[in-house]
Design a protein around this ligand. Sequence first.
Ligand SMILES: Cc1cc2nc3c(=O)[nH]c(=O)nc-3n(C[C@H](O)[C@H](O)[C@H](O)COP(=O)(O)OP(=O)(O)OC[C@H]3O[C@@H](n4cnc5c(N)ncnc54)[C@H](O)[C@@H]3O)c2cc1C
Length: 294
Amino acid sequence: MLLPELEYVRPSSVTEAVGLLNSLPDAGLLAGGQSLINVLKMRIGGYRTLIDISGLAELAVIDHAQGHLRIGAGVTYDQLIHSAAVSLYRPILSEVAARIADQQVRNRGTIGGNCCYNDPTCHFPPILSAVGASFEILGTEGRRTVSADEFFVSYYQTALNPGEMLVAIEVPEARPRSGDAFVPLSVGGTDVLNVVTGAASVLLAEDGSIRDARIVVSGVAERPLRIAAVEQALLGTRGDGDALDAAFRLWDGNQLTPPDDVHASGEYRLAMAPVFARRAVEEALVKARRDFDE
Ligand SMILES: Cc1cc2nc3c(=O)[nH]c(=O)nc-3n(C[C@H](O)[C@H](O)[C@H](O)COP(=O)(O)OP(=O)(O)OC[C@H]3O[C@@H](n4cnc5c(N)ncnc54)[C@H](O)[C@@H]3O)c2cc1C
């Protein structure tokens, strides 16, 4: 299917991109194009002008300072995989990037585009929610930062207002005795389409008990969902089988109405959500405990 006729502009800075976004009628940002081009071809949504931000060097930078990684919105999956800073300070992000699609998609697709598209099957929204990322947004009024819990609003919707763009994602560096995990239930092959994803980040105290836990499921609600009751119940426990059984008994999906589609029924998604969330917690705990073995 061919693209509809479009105008195309290529700004030379982030400031210019935001200016164009606010001055051109019906304009949208083009990052890696790995989702947007399909959306345009299928006429599901449309813009009259594409503002191509894929060449903006200032969006393609990964920095580490003061205990945080700052990852530009235009950083590709391939850059994440090969970044020494990401592998050192929050390796789960490299691991998740490496699981996405194929090399062609990883060469073009960006972490910012993945989050702004916010499809419930996307890899980054659940893991960035689990690691407590924050999102730096630029508009004509200036910069603002929101948490992951605020950024992902609903299906294909984020906290970005019209005329705003995502410029960077800030992720706290992993702490000693902590572990992160990403465990999707995929159909069509490993990670091809994640119908439900469990993601978790745990931090252990010096005595090995759980000091902090962030547990997220996606694919069952309009946004990645933190399971606060389970997180709370695990605090102070050692995360053994009994503690996990007791905590996950508090999972209550009754208010959720996940969609039925060709990939999975809503009922199946609801049944699988706590299973994959629990697997993510178990995997994160194994990683966190490695620091006691060394
Ligand atoms: C064959 C194939 C397989 C795929 N498999 C997976 C998979 O397994 N898991 C997965 O997560 N994804 C998968 N994808 C989607 C891919 O990860 C996309 O790269 C991603 O969804 C969008 O990133 P992008 O950089 O390509 O953004 P684009 O497609 O260019 O943009 C997506 C949306 O985000 C907006 N946007 C982009 N950047 C910004 C910004 N900085 N500020 C504001 N808005 C912005 C755009 O305007 C657009 O609305 C697959 C894609 C293909 C083609």
